[in-house]
Design a protein around this ligand. Structure first.
Ligand SMILES: Cc1ncc(COP(=O)(O)O)c(C=O)c1O
Length: 412
């Protein structure tokens, strides 16, 4: 979105403000659906951005929503998605959440442990139901070049690959469950097509083994995609055009194996779809020099965007891509951008090169469509929660979900 358009949004809705470009996100979704020539359906991981305006726009184009709490399941249903097209994953599903999901007839319960499987089975049986489910497997190996990797070490996610032989036949036998397939999500934010293909090859090997251990006719395989996006100025985008040549042969070979003839595959992902088409817009509140640094305080900090401040799993804090959209032609200098919180760790950017920033300027943080507001401690120090707007067909629409009252808002 152009800086002028982003400034239009600020004009209408003030700062801090998250803007989501639905037109660009929907284009990206249709590109993804065409990319693999129908080999994959798309399952959107609601955790990446659960904004209802966004979910409602995505829903008609998606094969599935993946929810990771029962409240996300309810969000998915509120968009009009039929429960049969909702999967429910997550490592600590409470009994009440499992029961509600079974009562709602969610299409795929993603089992993360044997004990969870036993609970779901017992409840479904008590209701005379047969709950469709997938078992999530936690691989031993994840290629390098993935961001957060959930495999290899002790993990709360799924059943360890080494324990499959023992656990899967037991789950397949549970009377209240219909085991229809398998799920793997083992790493995220990868920008290397070859590493993604290597990961999928490993998934295919594990899926084959899981099928052999259970003897089931597989109906669904979920490939937790791990497709990454550019966050840092020196990163490049994932070359998604390179993926089909690497990935299609792996999928085609797998689907020819006995037990897989009826299998359909879904890519489960969030950030690649929505991340690049969201911005956090923050206004500069004050300016000062301190011990050699030009400091600009802003009305958003890690309370609004933990990830951009390098606090969501990054080993080293590095600057994301920032722009001074109020004064793009100004003389460039280095700035320290800090948020409004009373802690020295509230830093948006350090030594970031920006066109001259003065009080009142609006700074845009790129790549903020995923894991922005939803993954931030927005109540810390009681600053007003950012508003969220969607952009669709040339119009901005308020998509904020926080109730506005004197304890959550400031005068304009
Ligand atoms: C099970 C599962 N599926 C999907 C996702 C979405 O990942 P991403 O937004 O990186 O595509 C995650 C992220 O942690 C996840 O844990």
């Amino acid at each position: 979105m152009t800086p002028e358009k982003l400034l239009d949004a600020v004009e209408g809705f003030s700062t801090p403000l998250f803007v989501y470009d639905l037109d660009a996100i929907l284009d990206r979704l249709s590109l993804l659906k065409k990319l693999f020539d129908g080999r994959f359906g798309v399952s959107y991981a609601i955790k990446a951005n659960p904004n209802m305006g966004l979910l409602r726009a995505l829903q008609p184009q998606l094969e599935m929503f993946d929810a990771s709490s029962i409240l996300e399941v309810r969000r998915a249903i509120a968009t009009g998605m039929k429960p049969e097209f909702i999967s429910f994953s997550g490592p600590a599903k409470r009994k009440v959440e499992i029961h509600e999901a079974v009562d709602l007839h969610v299409g795929e319960l993603i089992l993360e442990s044997l004990s969870e499987a036993e609970e779901a089975s017992a409840y479904a049986q008590s209701k005379g139901l047969l709950q469709p489910c997938l078992v999530r497997i936690n691989p031993l190996h994840v290629p390098r070049k993935f961001g957060a990797s959930m495999a290899r070490t002790a993990s709360q996610f799924g059943i360890d690959e080494e324990q499959m032989g023992d656990a899967l036949p037991q789950i397949a036998e549970l009377a209240g469950l219909n085991l229809v397939g398998f799920h793997i999500y083992s790493g995220t934010n990868c920008l290397d097509p070859e590493a993604i293909a290597e990961n999928f090859e490993n998934f295919a090997r594990i899926f084959e083994q899981a099928q052999a251990q259970t003897g089931i006719e597989v109906h669904r395989l979920v490939f937790g995609s791990g497709f990454g996006i550019q966050y840092l100025p020196d990163e490049t985008q994932l070359d998604h055009e390179a993926l089909p040549a690497l990935v299609n042969p792996i999928v085609d070979a797998l689907l020819q194996k006995p037990g897989f003839e009826k299998a359909t595959c879904n890519l489960e992902l969030g950030r690649w779809l929505v991340g690049p088409f969201g911005w956090l817009l923050t206004r500069t509140i004050s300016e000062k020099s301190s011990r050699g640094s030009e400091i600009r305080t802003c009305d958003a900090g890690f309370n609004n965007h933990l990830a951009a401040c390098g606090m969501m799993g990054s080993v080293f804090r590095r600057n994301w891509v920032f722009q001074n959209i109020s004064n793009p032609q100004g003389k460039t200098s280095a700035y320290m951008l800090v948020g409004p919180l009373c802690t020295s760790i509230d830093r948006l950017a350090v030594d970031v090169e920006l066109a001259e920033v003065t009080v009142g300027d609006v700074i845009a943080i790129e790549g903020s469509g995923a894991y922005g507001l939803t993954a931030s401690p927005s109540r810390f120090i009681s600053h007003p929660e950012p508003r969220e707007v969607t952009y669709h067909d040339g119009r901005f629409t308020d998509a904020s979900e926080t109730e506005r009252h004197p304890l959550t808002t400031l005068p304009a």
